[in-house]
Design a protein around this ligand. Sequence first.
Ligand SMILES: *[C@@H]1O[C@H](CO)[C@@H](O)[C@H](O)[C@H]1NC(C)=O
Length: 217
Amino acid sequence: MAHGLGSIMVLVLALALTVAWAADHSPLQDFCVADINGQVRVNGFACKNPNGVQANDFYFSGMHMMGNTSNRLGSSVTPAFVFQIPGLNTLGISLARLDFAPWGLIPPHMHPRATEILTVLEGQIEVGFVTSNPDNRHISKVLNKGDVFVFPVNLVHYQRNVGNMNAVAMVALSSQNPGVVPIANVVFGSNPDISTDVLAKAFQVSDDIISDMQVKF
Ligand SMILES: *[C@@H]1O[C@H](CO)[C@@H](O)[C@H](O)[C@H]1NC(C)=O
């Protein structure tokens, strides 16, 4: 009997310890400023000696500066992730500025480690995300200055300037290192390529169309 109860308690404890958090783990100290060039491999970065930590480890400047949108997508992302702010290490949060030329696009992508919340500072931005199977529901909206929109973790989403002026947004992300998986690049631009016939069958188009896509990415 005692043995049975013990087993149940072990099971409950095991379940409690295997809960998968959608955001970064909680810090175990006030801060753990990333030792970005350190040799120790951990989940995230090892901590710098706290005695050597400076205000600049928690600081980034230049978010008022427009990004360079002279590219084929007409968009630009200025990140303030752990690589830019080492003090973000273990804190589960980061931010980025998005710039869009008129009709500029941030194409469909997902963040493997973060939910994203976006605030429009200037312009008019169409946003959308798609739910997982089986519904694949496309949830989208046109946002104006001051509007806020959330993209749940791991879902494919995009942002597009639908105005004839530049647009600007700030996004916050629930990871020090949200990561990005741009759908077109991972499918058509992987290194080495995924076999053309695999993609032709997957997308139900001819090999020629897939080859064209692979050349583009
Ligand atoms: C913006 O990016 C383009 C393409 O990379 C480059 O040719 C141009 O010099 C950049 N402009 C500025 C102001 O940095």
